[in-house]
Every structure is written in structure tokens, then in C-alpha cells.
Design a protein around this ligand. Structure first.
Ligand code: PLP
Length: 235
């Protein structure tokens, strides 16, 4: 029975957060889409959320993701890879995913383009920007971005859709907005430079509203939908 779905209340809460933020910051509701981050969560949880109409799922760990994608292939879900990418992972990512949010260097983009099967549509790509310039974080630096956009845009089997960021965490709403505003400015600059980008992948469970305030088009939500993760910590 649908009413027994343990995720319904979580989804209703997240959907309400998104729609309130859209109203408050004068964004059309359709301009923000929800990516459910299912890393570390079992297949049954994904099935439960999918039965409520969630279509897009994000995964960080390749082996875990491939198992889920294969098990759930009949559901025709849209899969997004959002974790750090080593070169030896690009082949499987290019075959099994629809989107990759975490491309941060040309070498990885080239491999994804070369390895994308010709039978599939181009792979949707976002470039990850280390917007808070944290030494330990993935992502290209903001000043490297214009060249990377130029190079990645010319690759054949991928479509550069936009930018992604995971800013340094803070609980303060106004502080949360600062890096998101910088991301928005980077996207605007790229659009002015002639690149037809339409995606800002930013905002997680604890900063959805700030991301929407600054123009997020995809919010990546894990904990608020699925509950806390048991492993690994801080991922
Ligand atoms: C885990 C993760 C998320 C989801 O984070 P929550 O705080 O659980 O919503 C979003 N984006 C990326 C890249 C992640 O690794």
C-alpha cells in the first residue's frame, strides 16, 4: 500500500522545502529538479522512492552503483554519477550513467567521450568547481574553469550541461549563499562567452534553500530523503 511507504513523509518534506524556496526566491517550480542521492542505501529504498515518482538517482561509489543500475534496469531510472572519478572508472561510467556531475579535469572528460557507446545519447556532464578552494576537495579551481569549459565543450560524445559544487559546510543561511552566488556568476560568465549551459548542480540536505536562492537547477539530496548514512562517515 502506498500509504505504508516509509519515504513518503521525507519526500513530502523535501518537496515542500523546494517549492517554498522557489516561491520565496521567485523561481519557477519546474526550474529546480530533485536528484535523490542513494549512495550506501539499499535497492529497496530506491524502489520505494521511485514508486513515489522520483526518477533521478545519484551514486558516488561505482561498484555499488553498477549493482543497483543492473538490478533496477526495468524501472528506467536516470542515473547520475556524483563521486570522485579515477581514470580506471570512466569506462563503466560512460556505459551505465546518464549524467556525470563530478568531472574536474580534461583527461577524465576525454576518456568519458571516447568510451561513451555510439548507441547511447551523449553523456551529460557537469564540471565540478572547488568553489571554496579547499585543498583536500575535488573540483577545478574557479580560474581554471574557462579553459576547461572550452576544451570539454569540443568533445564529441558528451554534452557539457553546466557546473557542480560542494561548498564548505556552514549552518548560516547567508554564509551558505556566498559560494552558491559565485557559482551562479561562473555559469553566467560561461553563458555570456557563448556556451549553452543550463545546469547548476548545487544544494544538499542542509542547504537546499540557499542553493535555490542563488539559481540551483538540480539539488542533490541524500539524508533528508533516505535518512542518515551509516557508512562511510562524511561522504
Ligand atoms: C552525499 C552527497 C550528497 C547528498 O548529501 P546529503 O547531505 O546527504 O543530502 C550530495 N552531493 C554529493 C556530491 C554527495 O556526495
Amino acid at each position: 500500500m502506498k500509504s505504508d511507504n516509509p519515504f513518503k513523509q521525507h519526500l513530502d518534506t523535501v518537496t515542500a522545502t523546494i517549492s517554498l524556496a522557489c516561491r520565496r526566491f521567485k523561481r519557477p517550480l519546474e526550474s529546480v529538479s530533485l536528484l535523490a542521492v542513494s549512495k550506501t542505501k539499499p535497492v529497496d529504498d530506491i524502489v520505494a522512492l521511485a514508486s513515489l515518482g522520483v526518477q533521478n538517482f545519484g551514486e558516488n561509489y561505482l561498484q555499488e552503483a553498477l549493482h543497483k543500475i543492473e538490478t533496477l534496469q526495468d524501472l528506467k531510472l536516470t542515473w547520475h554519477f556524483i563521486g570522485p572519478i579515477q581514470s580506471n572508472k570512466t569506462q563503466s561510467i560512460a556505459h551505465y550513467f546518464d549524467w556525470v556531475h563530478s568531472v574536474d579535469r580534461l583527461k577524465i572528460a576525454r576518456r568519458l567521450s571516447e568510451q561513451r557507446p555510439a548507441t547511447l545519447p551523449p553523456l551529460n556532464i557537469c564540471l565540478q568547481v572547488n568553489i571554496s578552494e579547499e585543498p583536500t576537495k575535488s573540483g577545478c579551481s574557479p580560474h581554471e574553469l574557462p579553459l576547461l569549459i572550452k576544451q570539454v565543450s569540443s568533445l564529441p560524445n558528451i554534452t557539457l550541461r553546466g557546473l557542480m559544487a560542494i561548498p564548505q559546510a556552514t549552518d548560516d543561511f547567508e554564509q551558505q549563499r556566498i559560494p552558491f552566488k559565485m557559482m551562479s556568476a561562473l555559469l553566467n560568465q560561461a553563458q555570456q562567452d557563448g556556451y549553452p549551459l543550463d545546469t547548476l548542480s548545487m544544494g544538499m540536505s542542509s542547504d537546499i534553500e540557499a542553493a535555490i536562492a542563488e539559481g540551483a537547477t538540480i539539488v542533490r539530496v541524500g539524508t533528508a530523503l533516505f535518512g542518515a548514512r551509516n557508512y562511510p562517515p562524511n561522504k
